[in-house]
Design a protein around this ligand. Structure first.
Ligand SMILES: Cc1cc2nc3c(=O)[nH]c(=O)nc-3n(C[C@H](O)[C@H](O)[C@H](O)COP(=O)(O)OP(=O)(O)OC[C@H]3O[C@@H](n4cnc5c(N)ncnc54)[C@H](O)[C@@H]3O)c2cc1C
Length: 509
């Protein structure tokens, strides 16, 4: 084992890390380590072309761009290399019944007035019948609806300045791009299948042994082996907290199609009898999938329903996938950190899985242990990561539990279920006067919760009394002008497709 013991008896620093798995998670971990610790930590990555990757994580959320910026990667080069398109949020169709639509926009909704939350000001005006719909103030929604796109930071002091965005990406190309990035910075890739994991007497992992007899012994391991969870689950026996009684969907079938028409700048999520269907447009093809509950629908039915609804010729065969929403009881145990699907998975409605990979990496490097892997550091890591998973779990359940749909057994089960207490309390607080308890360092800020609650028809009984300190008449009159100014400005922007063609066109594959 490598790693020096410091002279005073303190543990030596970690000198060598082995990542098991080369999907999106493995290569993100490798890229971040190589970028931040080149020359200090030697990184090996084992992956197997024979096993392959899940390869369907194609919708990201805004912090993904911070990952790229942190790595010093040019956003436009990345867009071109991964066939990416821009994503301004998620459009939800039929969730409250046929024809019902709502939208989760990235970025702001309206602007604060006199240091008061915009939502509360809007709520008062809406109660008096004097306000345009809440989404009329969301710049990301306005652009998405109009099929327009502009980088918000290139338009400061305009009505779209508060918008935010993410990317739709080709998952395989993302892993390839990050692999190139990491290998250029010294990461050593080993092609092979890990067939054995040897442990030390204290239970720490000592080495992984490959099918051709090679073995890799290092100080610390990162398990990115996907649902197999080779090290964290199979070897260390760390359990999995199963949330499938709250998140009923446990299967998906994915298929790619040719693009028909320009790619819309948002992910589409259309409710189905036993789940929902995604559409993720890239520059030269579209990703589609049907996420469903196997207790309520068979694979054949789910596949037929998907193929019946996709637009454009299919270019791949339908790919079936299985998962269980939940989280590893301890994502970091002894000298093994798990990331990606090995550490947990919340069904993909809010496309948060890739985010949790670099979030996990960020926490890990914040707490970076020595070779003793102090359990206190792991405890703190696990507390933070579990809180993130629980926040996302509640946000995703919200989409299902508030629809009021009772037309199929699946939707009745969603509406009738007993909610996690944290979510039940959140909804109850919101119903009183729009109060939203924010998590420490939350992923979904108040505006996201407000957009969802409003989209699903939850209106607080009253606005917060403090709003009466803001004079009603003039402010309410300004709301109409604000919405008009946003719509007028968005009309002047380039179409999403034209923006891509001008600034970051991906060559046809
Ligand atoms: C239906 C579905 C939709 C999704 N949509 C999204 C989305 O829109 N947005 C999002 O952010 N995320 C999404 N995800 C999640 C996303 O796909 C994953 O989080 C992401 O791809 C990371 O996967 P991974 O790298 O952990 O695992 P994998 O892609 O499964 O990679 C596992 C790696 O481990 C290697 N491996 C396994 N066993 C061995 C072994 N014995 N020896 C050597 N190597 C081994 C494999 O070769 C592979 O390289 C979705 C997931 C599913 C199931």
């Amino acid at each position: 084992m490598s790693g020096d013991a410091a002279k005073d008896g303190a543990p030596g620093p970690i000198r060598r890390i082995c990542i098991v798995g080369g999907g999106t998670a493995g290569w993100i971990a490798a890229a971040v380590l190589a970028h931040q610790y080149q020359g200090m930590i030697e990184v090996d990555l084992v992956e197997s072309d024979d096993i392959g990757t899940v390869g369907v994580g194609e919708s990201t959320i805004p912090p993904f761009l911070q990952l790229l910026a942190g790595l010093g990667v040019s956003e436009s080069e990345f867009v071109m290399a991964t066939q990416a398109s821009f994503k301004l949020g998620i459009g939800f169709e039929d969730w409250g019944g046929p024809g019902h639509r709502y939208f989760h926009p990235f970025g702001t909704i309206g602007q604060m007035a006199n240091a008061r939350d915009f939502y509360q000001i809007w709520l008062r005006a809406a109660a008096g019948g004097e306000a345009p719909p809440l989404l009329a103030f969301a710049p990301a929604h306005a652009m998405a609806e109009a099929g327009k796109f502009m980088l918000p930071f290139k338009a400061p002091d305009t009505p779209i300045a508060g918008a935010s965005y993410a990317l739709h990406v080709d998952a395989k190309r993302v892993a390839r791009f990050l692999r190139g990035f990491a290998e250029e910075r010294g990461v050593t890739r080993h092609e092979g299948i890990v067939t054995e994991v040897a442990t030390r007497p204290d239970g720490f992992v000592d080495r992984v042994i490959l099918n051709d007899g090679r073995s890799i012994a290092v100080d610390f391991f990162i398990d990115c082996s996907g649902f197999r969870a080779l090290l964290i689950g199979k070897t260390l026996g760390v359990g999995y907290t199963d949330w499938s009684h709250w998140l009923l969907c446990d299967r998906a079938v994915a298929v790619q199609t040719e693009n028909v028409g320009p790619p819309p700048p948002y992910t589409l999520a259309v409710a189905q009898p036993a789940g929902w269907r995604w559409r993720i447009p890239l520059q030269h093809r579209t990703g589609n999938g049907h996420v469903y509950s196997s207790a309520h629908m068979s694979e054949d039915e789910a596949t037929a329903l998907l193929l019946d609804q996709v637009v454009g010729e299919t270019v791949t065969n339908p790919l079936p996938l299985r998962f269980t929403s939940g989280v590893r009881e301890r994502g970091w145990d002894k000298n093994v950190l798990s990331l990606g699907l090995a550490s947990g998975f919340i069904e993909p409605l809010e496309s948060t899985a890739i985010h949790l990979v670099y979030r996990g990496m960020e926490y890990f490097l914040r707490f970076l242990p020595g070779t003793d892997c102090a359990p206190e550091l792991a405890d703190e890591y696990n507390r933070r990561v579990t809180a993130d998973y629980e926040e996302i779990r509640d946000f995703v359940i919200l989409h299902y539990c508030l629809t009021g749909r009772r037309d199929t057994a699946f939707w009745r089960a969603c509406v009738d279920m007993e909610l996690p207490p944290s979510l039940a309390q959140r909804i109850a607080l919101f119903r009183i006067n729009g109060t939203i308890p924010e998590h420490v360092d939350p992923l979904f800020r108040s505006v996201s919760w407000q957009a969802l609650m409003d989209g699903l028809g939850v209106r607080p009984r009253a606005y917060h009394p403090a709003i009466d300190r803001v004079a009603a008449g003039e402010v309410n009159r300004e709301l109409g002008a604000m919405a008009d100014a946003l719509a007028g400005f968005v009309a002047t922007l380039p179409a999403h497709e034209a923006f891509l063609a001008r600034h970051c066109p991906a060559p046809a594959p």
